[in-house]
Design a protein around this ligand. Structure first.
Ligand SMILES: [Zn+2]
Length: 447
Protein backbone atom coordinates (compact mmCIF):
# COMPACT_ATOMS: atom_id res chain seq x y z
CA UNK A 1 0.00 0.00 0.00
CA UNK A 2 1.28 3.46 -0.88
CA UNK A 3 0.09 6.91 0.13
CA UNK A 4 0.84 9.30 -2.72
CA UNK A 5 0.72 13.06 -2.28
CA UNK A 6 0.99 15.70 -5.01
CA UNK A 7 0.57 19.44 -5.51
CA UNK A 8 -2.68 19.07 -7.44
CA UNK A 9 -5.03 16.07 -7.57
CA UNK A 10 -8.34 15.62 -9.37
CA UNK A 11 -9.81 13.63 -6.51
CA UNK A 12 -13.43 12.46 -6.47
CA UNK A 13 -14.30 14.74 -9.40
CA UNK A 14 -12.76 17.99 -8.20
CA UNK A 15 -9.38 19.67 -8.16
CA UNK A 16 -7.65 19.69 -4.78
CA UNK A 17 -4.35 21.39 -3.87
CA UNK A 18 -1.78 19.45 -1.77
CA UNK A 19 -3.84 16.32 -1.78
CA UNK A 20 -3.20 12.60 -1.47
CA UNK A 21 -4.58 9.18 -2.34
CA UNK A 22 -3.88 5.58 -1.34
CA UNK A 23 -3.09 2.87 -3.90
CA UNK A 24 -2.94 -0.86 -3.43
CA UNK A 25 -2.98 -3.75 -5.87
CA UNK A 26 -3.93 -1.55 -8.80
CA UNK A 27 -6.81 0.08 -6.93
CA UNK A 28 -7.44 3.34 -5.14
CA UNK A 29 -8.42 2.82 -1.51
CA UNK A 30 -9.16 6.40 -0.55
CA UNK A 31 -8.32 10.07 -0.97
CA UNK A 32 -7.87 12.97 1.41
CA UNK A 33 -5.53 15.56 2.90
CA UNK A 34 -2.05 14.07 3.36
CA UNK A 35 -2.01 14.25 7.21
CA UNK A 36 -5.50 12.75 7.46
CA UNK A 37 -4.56 9.85 5.17
CA UNK A 38 -1.32 9.26 7.07
CA UNK A 39 -3.42 8.93 10.21
CA UNK A 40 -5.93 6.59 8.58
CA UNK A 41 -3.22 4.37 7.10
CA UNK A 42 -0.35 4.52 9.63
CA UNK A 43 2.94 2.85 8.84
CA UNK A 44 2.28 2.69 5.11
CA UNK A 45 4.78 3.76 2.42
CA UNK A 46 4.56 7.42 1.58
CA UNK A 47 5.57 9.00 -1.70
CA UNK A 48 5.53 12.68 -2.50
CA UNK A 49 5.28 13.16 -6.25
CA UNK A 50 5.80 16.89 -5.76
CA UNK A 51 5.05 19.50 -8.41
CA UNK A 52 2.70 17.49 -10.53
CA UNK A 53 -1.01 17.31 -11.21
CA UNK A 54 -2.52 13.83 -10.95
CA UNK A 55 -5.72 13.14 -12.89
CA UNK A 56 -7.65 9.98 -13.54
CA UNK A 57 -6.50 8.30 -16.77
CA UNK A 58 -8.62 9.48 -19.67
CA UNK A 59 -11.27 7.21 -21.17
CA UNK A 60 -11.54 7.09 -24.95
CA UNK A 61 -15.18 6.17 -25.54
CA UNK A 62 -14.93 5.52 -29.27
CA UNK A 63 -12.29 4.47 -31.78
CA UNK A 64 -11.38 1.98 -34.48
CA UNK A 65 -7.75 1.03 -33.88
CA UNK A 66 -6.81 -0.32 -37.32
CA UNK A 67 -7.92 2.94 -38.95
CA UNK A 68 -4.77 4.69 -37.78
CA UNK A 69 -2.91 2.78 -40.49
CA UNK A 70 -4.99 4.74 -43.02
CA UNK A 71 -4.01 8.09 -41.55
CA UNK A 72 -3.40 10.65 -44.26
CA UNK A 73 -4.62 8.50 -47.16
CA UNK A 74 -7.96 10.29 -47.54
CA UNK A 75 -7.64 13.51 -45.55
CA UNK A 76 -10.01 16.28 -46.63
CA UNK A 77 -12.48 13.86 -48.19
CA UNK A 78 -16.09 13.85 -47.02
CA UNK A 79 -17.44 10.77 -45.25
CA UNK A 80 -18.69 8.93 -48.36
CA UNK A 81 -15.51 9.59 -50.35
CA UNK A 82 -13.38 8.58 -47.40
CA UNK A 83 -15.41 5.42 -46.86
CA UNK A 84 -15.45 4.27 -50.47
CA UNK A 85 -11.94 5.31 -51.56
CA UNK A 86 -10.01 4.61 -48.38
CA UNK A 87 -11.79 2.70 -45.60
CA UNK A 88 -13.38 -0.13 -47.57
CA UNK A 89 -10.56 -0.94 -50.03
CA UNK A 90 -7.72 -0.80 -47.47
CA UNK A 91 -9.57 -2.53 -44.66
CA UNK A 92 -10.23 -5.43 -46.99
CA UNK A 93 -6.55 -6.19 -47.49
CA UNK A 94 -5.43 -6.11 -43.87
CA UNK A 95 -4.37 -9.49 -42.42
CA UNK A 96 -4.24 -10.38 -38.72
CA UNK A 97 -0.64 -9.17 -38.41
CA UNK A 98 -1.71 -5.85 -39.93
CA UNK A 99 -4.69 -5.58 -37.58
CA UNK A 100 -2.40 -6.16 -34.62
CA UNK A 101 0.20 -3.69 -35.90
CA UNK A 102 -2.56 -1.08 -36.25
CA UNK A 103 -3.80 -1.73 -32.72
CA UNK A 104 -0.27 -1.51 -31.26
CA UNK A 105 0.27 1.76 -33.16
CA UNK A 106 -3.04 3.27 -32.05
CA UNK A 107 -2.86 2.18 -28.41
CA UNK A 108 0.77 3.33 -28.17
CA UNK A 109 -0.16 6.78 -29.35
CA UNK A 110 -3.17 6.90 -27.04
CA UNK A 111 -1.17 5.74 -24.02
CA UNK A 112 1.40 8.48 -24.55
CA UNK A 113 -1.48 10.97 -24.74
CA UNK A 114 -2.87 9.84 -21.37
CA UNK A 115 -5.57 7.40 -22.48
CA UNK A 116 -5.78 4.51 -20.02
CA UNK A 117 -8.95 2.88 -21.39
CA UNK A 118 -9.73 2.64 -25.09
CA UNK A 119 -12.93 1.48 -26.71
CA UNK A 120 -12.20 -0.31 -29.96
CA UNK A 121 -15.39 -0.51 -32.02
CA UNK A 122 -14.05 -3.35 -34.11
CA UNK A 123 -15.50 -4.89 -37.25
CA UNK A 124 -12.79 -6.79 -39.19
CA UNK A 125 -14.02 -10.09 -37.80
CA UNK A 126 -13.70 -12.56 -40.71
CA UNK A 127 -16.63 -14.32 -38.98
CA UNK A 128 -14.65 -15.33 -35.89
CA UNK A 129 -12.99 -13.84 -32.81
CA UNK A 130 -9.30 -14.38 -33.60
CA UNK A 131 -8.90 -10.88 -35.07
CA UNK A 132 -10.72 -9.42 -32.06
CA UNK A 133 -8.28 -11.24 -29.80
CA UNK A 134 -5.31 -9.85 -31.79
CA UNK A 135 -6.54 -6.36 -30.81
CA UNK A 136 -6.86 -7.42 -27.18
CA UNK A 137 -3.34 -8.87 -27.33
CA UNK A 138 -1.99 -5.55 -28.65
CA UNK A 139 -3.68 -3.70 -25.76
CA UNK A 140 -2.08 -6.10 -23.27
CA UNK A 141 1.34 -5.53 -24.78
CA UNK A 142 1.02 -1.75 -24.45
CA UNK A 143 -0.59 -2.10 -20.99
CA UNK A 144 -3.75 -0.11 -21.80
CA UNK A 145 -7.25 -1.20 -20.78
CA UNK A 146 -9.46 -2.09 -23.74
CA UNK A 147 -13.19 -2.45 -24.35
CA UNK A 148 -13.67 -4.50 -27.49
CA UNK A 149 -16.99 -3.13 -28.72
CA UNK A 150 -17.66 -6.03 -31.08
CA UNK A 151 -19.40 -4.62 -34.12
CA UNK A 152 -22.48 -6.42 -35.44
CA UNK A 153 -22.86 -5.71 -39.13
CA UNK A 154 -25.05 -7.19 -41.86
CA UNK A 155 -25.41 -4.56 -44.58
CA UNK A 156 -24.27 -6.40 -47.71
CA UNK A 157 -22.72 -3.31 -49.33
CA UNK A 158 -19.73 -3.39 -46.98
CA UNK A 159 -16.60 -5.58 -47.28
CA UNK A 160 -17.47 -9.24 -46.69
CA UNK A 161 -15.18 -9.60 -43.69
CA UNK A 162 -17.41 -7.18 -41.69
CA UNK A 163 -20.50 -9.30 -42.26
CA UNK A 164 -22.24 -11.79 -40.00
CA UNK A 165 -25.82 -12.90 -39.63
CA UNK A 166 -27.45 -11.89 -36.34
CA UNK A 167 -27.17 -15.50 -35.13
CA UNK A 168 -23.46 -15.62 -36.02
CA UNK A 169 -22.74 -12.26 -34.45
CA UNK A 170 -24.51 -13.34 -31.28
CA UNK A 171 -22.56 -16.60 -31.06
CA UNK A 172 -19.25 -14.85 -31.69
CA UNK A 173 -20.04 -12.22 -29.07
CA UNK A 174 -20.73 -14.97 -26.55
CA UNK A 175 -17.41 -16.63 -27.41
CA UNK A 176 -15.49 -13.38 -27.04
CA UNK A 177 -17.24 -12.54 -23.79
CA UNK A 178 -16.36 -15.99 -22.44
CA UNK A 179 -12.74 -15.68 -23.62
CA UNK A 180 -12.38 -12.42 -21.65
CA UNK A 181 -14.38 -13.42 -18.59
CA UNK A 182 -12.59 -12.52 -15.37
CA UNK A 183 -10.14 -10.28 -17.23
CA UNK A 184 -9.74 -6.92 -15.49
CA UNK A 185 -8.12 -5.13 -18.40
CA UNK A 186 -10.06 -6.35 -21.45
CA UNK A 187 -13.84 -6.39 -21.84
CA UNK A 188 -16.29 -7.33 -24.57
CA UNK A 189 -19.40 -5.23 -25.24
CA UNK A 190 -21.91 -5.61 -28.09
CA UNK A 191 -21.97 -2.96 -30.83
CA UNK A 192 -24.64 -3.16 -33.54
CA UNK A 193 -22.95 -0.87 -36.07
CA UNK A 194 -25.63 1.68 -36.98
CA UNK A 195 -29.04 1.77 -38.60
CA UNK A 196 -27.37 1.71 -42.02
CA UNK A 197 -24.85 -1.05 -41.19
CA UNK A 198 -27.10 -3.29 -39.10
CA UNK A 199 -30.60 -4.59 -39.81
CA UNK A 200 -33.37 -4.13 -37.22
CA UNK A 201 -32.85 -7.79 -36.22
CA UNK A 202 -29.14 -7.18 -35.71
CA UNK A 203 -29.76 -4.03 -33.65
CA UNK A 204 -32.29 -5.89 -31.48
CA UNK A 205 -29.87 -8.75 -31.05
CA UNK A 206 -27.18 -6.32 -29.77
CA UNK A 207 -29.62 -4.76 -27.30
CA UNK A 208 -30.68 -8.21 -26.14
CA UNK A 209 -27.09 -9.31 -25.51
CA UNK A 210 -26.46 -6.12 -23.56
CA UNK A 211 -29.46 -6.80 -21.33
CA UNK A 212 -28.51 -10.45 -20.84
CA UNK A 213 -24.91 -9.69 -19.84
CA UNK A 214 -25.73 -6.45 -18.02
CA UNK A 215 -23.57 -4.35 -20.34
CA UNK A 216 -23.89 -1.20 -22.39
CA UNK A 217 -24.21 -1.53 -26.17
CA UNK A 218 -22.56 0.85 -28.61
CA UNK A 219 -24.21 2.14 -31.79
CA UNK A 220 -23.29 4.90 -34.28
CA UNK A 221 -26.19 7.36 -34.50
CA UNK A 222 -26.76 10.38 -36.75
CA UNK A 223 -23.13 11.08 -37.53
CA UNK A 224 -23.72 12.70 -40.92
CA UNK A 225 -26.60 14.44 -42.62
CA UNK A 226 -26.93 11.61 -45.17
CA UNK A 227 -27.84 9.20 -42.36
CA UNK A 228 -30.67 11.40 -41.16
CA UNK A 229 -31.96 12.01 -44.71
CA UNK A 230 -31.80 8.30 -45.52
CA UNK A 231 -33.63 7.35 -42.35
CA UNK A 232 -36.39 9.89 -42.95
CA UNK A 233 -36.76 8.65 -46.52
CA UNK A 234 -36.80 4.93 -45.68
CA UNK A 235 -38.63 4.90 -42.37
CA UNK A 236 -40.28 8.29 -42.09
CA UNK A 237 -38.36 8.61 -38.82
CA UNK A 238 -35.09 10.19 -37.69
CA UNK A 239 -32.28 7.77 -36.74
CA UNK A 240 -33.11 8.23 -33.04
CA UNK A 241 -36.84 7.89 -33.76
CA UNK A 242 -36.22 4.74 -35.79
CA UNK A 243 -34.10 3.14 -33.03
CA UNK A 244 -36.81 4.04 -30.56
CA UNK A 245 -39.42 2.38 -32.79
CA UNK A 246 -37.34 -0.83 -32.54
CA UNK A 247 -37.73 -0.69 -28.77
CA UNK A 248 -33.97 -0.86 -28.12
CA UNK A 249 -33.27 2.44 -26.37
CA UNK A 250 -32.50 2.32 -22.66
CA UNK A 251 -29.85 3.26 -20.13
CA UNK A 252 -27.67 0.62 -21.77
CA UNK A 253 -27.57 2.48 -25.06
CA UNK A 254 -24.32 4.25 -25.77
CA UNK A 255 -24.98 6.43 -28.81
CA UNK A 256 -21.89 7.44 -30.75
CA UNK A 257 -21.91 10.92 -32.42
CA UNK A 258 -25.53 12.26 -32.41
CA UNK A 259 -24.60 15.27 -34.53
CA UNK A 260 -27.81 15.35 -36.61
CA UNK A 261 -30.38 15.19 -33.83
CA UNK A 262 -33.29 17.57 -33.29
CA UNK A 263 -35.23 18.62 -30.20
CA UNK A 264 -37.61 15.70 -30.47
CA UNK A 265 -34.69 13.27 -30.72
CA UNK A 266 -33.07 14.82 -27.65
CA UNK A 267 -36.31 14.44 -25.70
CA UNK A 268 -36.47 10.74 -26.64
CA UNK A 269 -32.82 10.32 -25.64
CA UNK A 270 -33.50 11.93 -22.26
CA UNK A 271 -36.65 9.89 -21.66
CA UNK A 272 -34.93 6.59 -22.45
CA UNK A 273 -31.86 7.46 -20.37
CA UNK A 274 -29.31 6.90 -23.16
CA UNK A 275 -25.71 8.12 -23.00
CA UNK A 276 -23.69 9.79 -25.74
CA UNK A 277 -20.08 9.51 -26.92
CA UNK A 278 -19.17 12.89 -28.37
CA UNK A 279 -16.36 12.90 -30.96
CA UNK A 280 -15.87 16.61 -31.66
CA UNK A 281 -12.62 16.41 -33.66
CA UNK A 282 -13.75 13.55 -35.89
CA UNK A 283 -17.10 15.19 -36.58
CA UNK A 284 -15.29 18.38 -37.56
CA UNK A 285 -12.63 16.51 -39.55
CA UNK A 286 -15.20 14.78 -41.76
CA UNK A 287 -17.29 17.93 -42.07
CA UNK A 288 -20.25 16.31 -40.31
CA UNK A 289 -20.96 19.22 -38.01
CA UNK A 290 -21.06 19.89 -34.26
CA UNK A 291 -23.18 17.81 -31.89
CA UNK A 292 -25.50 19.84 -29.62
CA UNK A 293 -23.60 19.00 -26.44
CA UNK A 294 -24.85 21.89 -24.32
CA UNK A 295 -28.43 20.93 -25.09
CA UNK A 296 -27.70 17.31 -24.13
CA UNK A 297 -26.10 18.34 -20.85
CA UNK A 298 -28.96 20.68 -20.02
CA UNK A 299 -31.41 17.83 -20.51
CA UNK A 300 -29.30 15.62 -18.23
CA UNK A 301 -28.10 13.31 -21.02
CA UNK A 302 -24.64 12.08 -19.91
CA UNK A 303 -21.88 12.80 -22.46
CA UNK A 304 -18.41 11.27 -22.63
CA UNK A 305 -15.68 11.73 -25.23
CA UNK A 306 -14.11 9.75 -28.04
CA UNK A 307 -11.39 10.30 -30.61
CA UNK A 308 -12.89 8.02 -33.27
CA UNK A 309 -10.48 6.35 -35.71
CA UNK A 310 -6.96 7.62 -36.33
CA UNK A 311 -7.71 8.52 -39.95
CA UNK A 312 -10.68 10.79 -39.20
CA UNK A 313 -9.28 13.01 -36.50
CA UNK A 314 -6.20 12.54 -36.78
CA UNK A 315 -5.01 12.82 -33.17
CA UNK A 316 -5.68 10.09 -30.65
CA UNK A 317 -5.85 12.13 -27.47
CA UNK A 318 -8.81 12.63 -25.14
CA UNK A 319 -7.20 15.82 -23.82
CA UNK A 320 -7.45 17.09 -27.39
CA UNK A 321 -11.15 16.12 -27.40
CA UNK A 322 -11.72 18.02 -24.14
CA UNK A 323 -10.30 21.13 -25.77
CA UNK A 324 -12.24 20.61 -28.98
CA UNK A 325 -15.50 19.89 -27.13
CA UNK A 326 -15.20 23.13 -25.20
CA UNK A 327 -14.09 25.25 -28.16
CA UNK A 328 -16.67 23.95 -30.62
CA UNK A 329 -19.50 24.31 -28.09
CA UNK A 330 -18.42 27.91 -27.47
CA UNK A 331 -18.15 28.61 -31.21
CA UNK A 332 -21.51 27.01 -31.96
CA UNK A 333 -23.31 29.02 -29.29
CA UNK A 334 -21.25 32.20 -29.77
CA UNK A 335 -20.92 32.13 -25.99
CA UNK A 336 -17.66 31.33 -24.17
CA UNK A 337 -19.41 30.41 -20.93
CA UNK A 338 -21.34 27.54 -22.49
CA UNK A 339 -18.89 24.71 -21.65
CA UNK A 340 -15.99 25.07 -19.22
CA UNK A 341 -12.73 23.22 -18.64
CA UNK A 342 -13.92 21.39 -15.48
CA UNK A 343 -16.91 19.90 -17.23
CA UNK A 344 -14.84 18.63 -20.16
CA UNK A 345 -12.36 16.96 -17.78
CA UNK A 346 -15.29 15.03 -16.32
CA UNK A 347 -16.49 14.14 -19.82
CA UNK A 348 -13.04 12.72 -20.63
CA UNK A 349 -12.73 10.73 -17.40
CA UNK A 350 -15.60 9.90 -15.00
CA UNK A 351 -18.36 10.07 -17.63
CA UNK A 352 -16.46 7.61 -19.79
CA UNK A 353 -16.17 5.14 -16.93
CA UNK A 354 -19.88 5.46 -16.15
CA UNK A 355 -20.81 5.00 -19.79
CA UNK A 356 -18.78 1.79 -20.01
CA UNK A 357 -20.02 0.53 -16.65
CA UNK A 358 -16.46 0.11 -15.33
CA UNK A 359 -14.83 1.37 -12.11
CA UNK A 360 -12.49 3.73 -13.98
CA UNK A 361 -12.18 7.47 -14.61
CA UNK A 362 -12.04 8.64 -10.99
CA UNK A 363 -9.43 8.95 -8.30
CA UNK A 364 -11.74 7.68 -5.58
CA UNK A 365 -12.13 4.62 -3.34
CA UNK A 366 -12.74 1.36 -5.22
CA UNK A 367 -11.72 2.74 -8.61
CA UNK A 368 -8.83 1.40 -10.68
CA UNK A 369 -5.51 3.15 -10.15
CA UNK A 370 -5.44 4.55 -13.70
CA UNK A 371 -3.64 7.88 -13.62
CA UNK A 372 -2.12 10.64 -15.71
CA UNK A 373 0.67 12.61 -14.08
CA UNK A 374 1.27 16.09 -15.50
CA UNK A 375 4.50 18.00 -14.91
CA UNK A 376 3.53 21.37 -13.45
CA UNK A 377 6.97 22.66 -14.49
CA UNK A 378 6.11 22.24 -18.19
CA UNK A 379 5.71 25.48 -20.15
CA UNK A 380 2.33 24.57 -21.57
CA UNK A 381 0.61 24.28 -18.18
CA UNK A 382 2.01 27.46 -16.71
CA UNK A 383 1.35 29.67 -14.85
CA UNK A 384 0.67 26.57 -12.78
CA UNK A 385 -1.79 28.41 -10.53
CA UNK A 386 -4.25 27.99 -13.41
CA UNK A 387 -3.18 24.46 -14.37
CA UNK A 388 -6.72 23.15 -13.88
CA UNK A 389 -7.79 25.06 -16.97
CA UNK A 390 -4.52 24.81 -18.85
CA UNK A 391 -4.61 21.01 -18.81
CA UNK A 392 -7.61 21.40 -21.14
CA UNK A 393 -6.78 24.56 -23.03
CA UNK A 394 -3.02 24.79 -23.50
CA UNK A 395 -1.34 21.52 -22.47
CA UNK A 396 1.01 19.89 -24.96
CA UNK A 397 1.82 16.17 -24.80
CA UNK A 398 5.33 16.89 -23.43
CA UNK A 399 3.71 17.84 -20.12
CA UNK A 400 2.51 14.27 -19.58
CA UNK A 401 5.21 12.76 -17.45
CA UNK A 402 3.72 9.42 -16.48
CA UNK A 403 0.72 7.24 -17.31
CA UNK A 404 -0.38 4.50 -14.94
CA UNK A 405 -2.87 1.68 -15.59
CA UNK A 406 -3.95 -0.51 -12.69
CA UNK A 407 -1.07 0.80 -10.60
CA UNK A 408 1.51 -0.04 -13.30
CA UNK A 409 3.45 2.62 -15.15
CA UNK A 410 3.03 2.23 -18.91
CA UNK A 411 4.51 5.60 -19.91
CA UNK A 412 7.40 7.28 -18.11
CA UNK A 413 9.02 10.55 -19.21
CA UNK A 414 7.21 10.39 -22.51
CA UNK A 415 8.32 6.83 -23.31
CA UNK A 416 6.34 3.61 -23.42
CA UNK A 417 7.77 1.29 -20.78
CA UNK A 418 6.69 -2.10 -22.14
CA UNK A 419 7.28 -1.92 -25.86
CA UNK A 420 9.84 -0.50 -28.25
CA UNK A 421 8.23 2.37 -30.11
CA UNK A 422 10.64 2.07 -33.05
CA UNK A 423 9.68 -1.54 -33.48
CA UNK A 424 6.02 -0.53 -33.78
CA UNK A 425 6.90 2.08 -36.39
CA UNK A 426 8.88 -0.53 -38.35
CA UNK A 427 5.86 -2.87 -38.34
CA UNK A 428 3.57 -0.07 -39.45
CA UNK A 429 5.93 0.79 -42.33
CA UNK A 430 5.93 -2.80 -43.42
CA UNK A 431 2.14 -3.13 -43.35
CA UNK A 432 1.55 0.15 -45.19
CA UNK A 433 4.33 -0.08 -47.78
CA UNK A 434 2.99 0.67 -51.23
CA UNK A 435 -0.20 2.33 -49.96
CA UNK A 436 -0.91 5.56 -51.81
CA UNK A 437 -3.06 8.48 -50.71
CA UNK A 438 -6.05 9.48 -52.81
CA UNK A 439 -4.67 12.01 -55.38
CA UNK A 440 -5.07 15.53 -54.04
CA UNK A 441 -6.77 16.82 -57.18
CA UNK A 442 -9.58 14.33 -56.51
CA UNK A 443 -9.93 15.71 -52.99
CA UNK A 444 -9.44 19.44 -52.75
CA UNK A 445 -12.35 21.44 -54.07
CA UNK A 446 -11.48 24.22 -56.49
CA UNK A 447 -12.56 27.68 -55.34
ZN1 LIG B 1 -16.99 5.01 -35.38
Amino acid sequence: MTIVSADLVFAADRWERKHAFVMQGGRILGTGEPPALAERFPGEDREDWGQVAVLPGTVNGHGHSFQILLRGLGDDLGFMGWRDLVLYPYSEGLDREGIKAGALFDFAEMAKAGVTTAVDFFYLHDRGIDNDMAVVEAAREIGIRVVLARSMYDWAGAPKRYLETPAHAERNFRDLHAALSGDRTAFAQPAPHSIHGASPDMVRSGAKLAAEFDLPFHVHVAEGQYERDQSLERHGLTPVGFLDSLGVLSQRTLMVHCVWVDEKDLAIMRDRGVRVVHNPSANAFLGDGIAPVREMLELGIPVCLGTDGGCTNNRQSVFEEMRMAALLAKARAADASILGAEETVLMGTARGGEALGLPIGRIAADYAADLVVVDLGALSVNPSRTAQQQIVYSMQPEAIRRVVVGGETIVEDGKLTRVDEREIVARVRQVTSGWEPVPRDAVVRAH
